[in-house]
Design a protein around this ligand. Structure first.
Ligand SMILES: [Zn+2]
Length: 249
């Protein structure tokens, strides 16, 4: 009797892991969403299983005459190749540059893959160092201060506004389209909590967002690291609201 129960448990465990594997494989191989945002800017989203459900992660690419620029890499490693293929197919262009906005793997997972494909990979020096410290994939190059990259006539401004989600999080500004890529420093208006705050600086975070509000009085879109993006500065103000709510709880 005991043996029977044991076997039954083993069988259930096997079926359960098979089910998880099948859904996992399905998730790994089917999820790359590309949305046109504005002008030559596109948002791409990949997914990973996180406490039982698919969790979206946003990144961005910009198409220029001199090639495509990626901001952050797919989180899902099964999408590195499909992303490059989709871009090639859709725009007949190769990716030439990838800039990552902090050291967590939802930003950096594809750095080594892209470097091997001849793409110039960049992060700030603090991100470069934190990637080494936490054994995340590392960019080939780093910049030591806020840097403007000019590709195909487009200006792409990196900016370090201060600590928040992590101590190294930077934002990227696309002046022509007035798009602010906030990454995980900015919460989506769809979020009602701050998400993962294990590496966050909760004291500094709201000042950091205020710095962005001051620096960019007119914004067309802000792109958060996860979930939906929105027009104007709503998600910046929403992030401050969530920080205050967290403080009160
Ligand atoms: Zn994130």
């Amino acid at each position: 009797m005991k043996k029977f129960t044991f076997e039954k448990i083993i069988k259930m465990k096997y079926l359960l892991s098979l089910l998880l594997w099948v859904t996992g494989v399905h998730a790994q191989h089917s999820k790359l969403k590309i949305n046109h945002l504005s002008g030559n800017i596109y948002i791409y989203t990949t997914y990973k299983l996180f406490s039982g459900s698919l969790f979206p992660s946003n990144s961005l690419y910009m198409v220029t005459d001199d090639g495509v620029v990626l901001i952050d890499t797919p989180w899902d490693e099964a999408q590195f190749e499909p992303l490059l293929d989709s871009i090639k197919k859709r725009h007949s262009k190769n990716v030439v540059l990838c800039i990552v906005t902090h050291y967590h793997d939802d930003r950096t997972a594809g750095l080594e893959f892209f470097r091997k494909r001849g793409i110039a990979t960049y992060s700030s020096k603090p991100t470069y160092d934190l990637c080494a410290e936490y054994k995340e994939k590392q960019a080939a190059h780093y910049f030591t201060k806020d840097t403007t990259f000019t590709v195909g006539g487009y200006k792409i401004d990196t900016f370090y506004p201060g600590e928040g989600h992590t101590k190294d999080n930077i934002t990227v500004w696309f002046a022509k389209d007035k798009v602010l890529y906030g990454g995980c420093l900015v919460k989506s208006v769809e979020n009602n909590s701050l998400g993962y705050i294990g590496d966050a600086n909760l004291e500094a975070w709201d000042d950091t967002i205020e710095t962005l509000l001051e620096k960019y009085p007119r914004i067309a879109y802000v792109i958060p690291g996860h979930f939906g993006w929105s027009k104007g500065r709503k998600s910046l103000k929403h992030t401050i609201k969530l920080l205050r709510k967290h403080e009160e709880d």
